[in-house]
Ligand binder design. Structure first.
Ligand code: BES
Ligand code: ZN
Length: 414
């Protein structure tokens, strides 16, 4: 009896003694499951997070709450950006047998008056300057095929010749979205290749009239980057920034692009909370990347003071292998990242890319490295859901971030 009791006491003591250790281990390793929970919340529960919308704000609040829970002070860094939204788009064939043609607004299109514009249609080939020779388009709606020159150039060429609107039909089956890169002078929409060919034939026969209606919002809005700060123990004035964008394109839940990068950042932040670093680390989740890197550009220009390095994660939940790189301006930080990966036992390949938030920092001469896993088939589509994201890839990205950040946030001599 006594033996049994002392054995029990011994077991109990062992169990209690082991408890904090096993808990500490669990807290100090990133896990795919906890990272994936963020992807599920951001992309599954919240869904598309278009910059300037309530959903994006809801995501910002969620991120702030998570980071506060890990013990960090959190702030919102706000900035302004040009908001655009196409509220209504209609294209109708008028005349004896009216019908509606499915159309999409080109990003940054001008609006028509509320009742629309009705005019004759003139086909202009690809819409290059030479395609207008011998054609009068003043007061007309021009119909151009997609390709060879940009949507922006097509719209500008049409506007310069007095056209009142432009319809671009696809050069592949189906309809396409697209951007004008800047606000156009005339309304600009797209239609499918099939509809476009039908309109082309009717226009060539002569007398085709269309009514185009575009109701688009262009306004200056404010949104926020979410910033959590882990104060350095030795050189707190030197800052390593790590993060990625949390906004998505319209109609896409943005699970891989880029709830994945955000989730891996949060998971790394959770683990790093109990690991002191000589330099300060800031976890920054950026808004408005998909519109043209607005969030990271605003942050880099407002908060560049003291920033010694930047680590960006974008699309880390799908694909063969993790890649590390940047635009090619600074190879040393990529080498540092590759070495950190080797030490952590993570296989990576080097690559070059200039299409995400690290570019905003590189432009200011701040050494930056981009972690990415390749472009998945659901990229910018409604199918970019949590089902396409692998928890083990998130775990690997988080582990790599922890390794790289520790390397960048320590003090080096020489
Ligand atoms: N996640 C993508 C960037 C990306 C795509 C990086 C493929 C590497 C490979 C990002 O959100 C995006 O779509 N960026 C835009 C450019 C940005 C400046 C608006 C793009 O690549 O079209
Ligand atoms: Zn992205």
């Amino acid at each position: 009896m006594r033996i049994a009791r002392s054995a029990l006491t011994l077991l109990l003591a062992l169990w209690i003694g082991l408890l904090p250790v096993s808990q500490a281990t669990a807290q100090n390793e990133p896990t795919g499951a906890s990272a994936f929970a963020h992807v599920q919340h951001l992309a599954g529960t919240i869904g598309p997070r278009v910059t300037g919308t309530a959903a994006e704000r809801q995501a910002a609040e969620y991120l702030a709450a998570q980071l506060r829970q890990y013990g960090y002070p959190v702030e919102f860094h706000s900035f302004q950006f040009p908001f655009f939204e196409a509220r209504q788009v209609q294209v109708q064939v008028t005349g004896a047998s009216p019908r509606t043609v499915t159309a999409e607004a080109l990003f940054l299109t001008a609006s028509t008056p509320p009742s629309g514009i009705e005019a004759e249609v003139v086909a202009v080939g690809l819409g290059r300057p030479e395609d207008y020779e011998g054609r009068r388009v003043t007061g007309a709606i021009v119909l151009a095929e997609r390709g060879v020159i940009t949507f922006r150039e097509k719209a500008a060429n049409a506007a310069a010749r007095g056209a009142v609107a432009i319809i671009v039909y696809n050069n592949q089956p189906g309809i396409t979205a697209g951007t004008l890169q800047q606000r156009s002078d005339i309304p600009a929409v797209t239609v499918s290749q099939e509809d476009g060919r039908g309109l082309l034939e009717a226009a060539q026969r002569g007398g085709l009239r269309l009514r185009v209606l575009v109701d688009a919002v262009h306004e200056t809005r404010t949104t926020v980057n979410v910033v959590a700060t882990k104060r350095g123990t030795v050189r707190s004035d030197e800052i390593v920034v790590v993060g990625g964008h949390y906004d998505s394109v319209a109609r896409s839940p943005g699970a891989n692009d880029n709830a994945s990068g955000v989730a891996a950042t949060l998971e790394a932040a959770r683990v790093l909370a109990s690991i002191p670093t000589p330099r300060t680390v800031q976890f920054v989740l950026f808004a408005a990347e998909e519109l043209g890197l607005y969030g990271s550009a605003a942050f880099a220009s407002d908060r560049r003071q003291g920033v010694v390095a930047m680590v960006n994660l974008d699309m880390v939940g799908w694909g063969e292998r993790l890649m590390v790189g940047n635009t090619g301006r600074d190879e040393a930080i990529v080498t540092t990242a590759v070495q950190a990966a080797q030490q952590a036992g993570i296989q990576v390949t080097r690559f070059r890319s200039g299409s995400s938030d690290h570019v905003s920092f590189e432009r200011l001469g701040i050494p930056s490295v981009f972690l990415h896993r390749g472009v998945d088939p659901n990229y910018h589509r409604p199918t970019d859901t949590p089902a396409g994201v692998e928890p083990r890839h998130l775990e690997e990205a988080s582990r790599l971030v922890v390794a790289i950040v520790q390397e960048l946030a320590r003090l080096r001599t020489g």
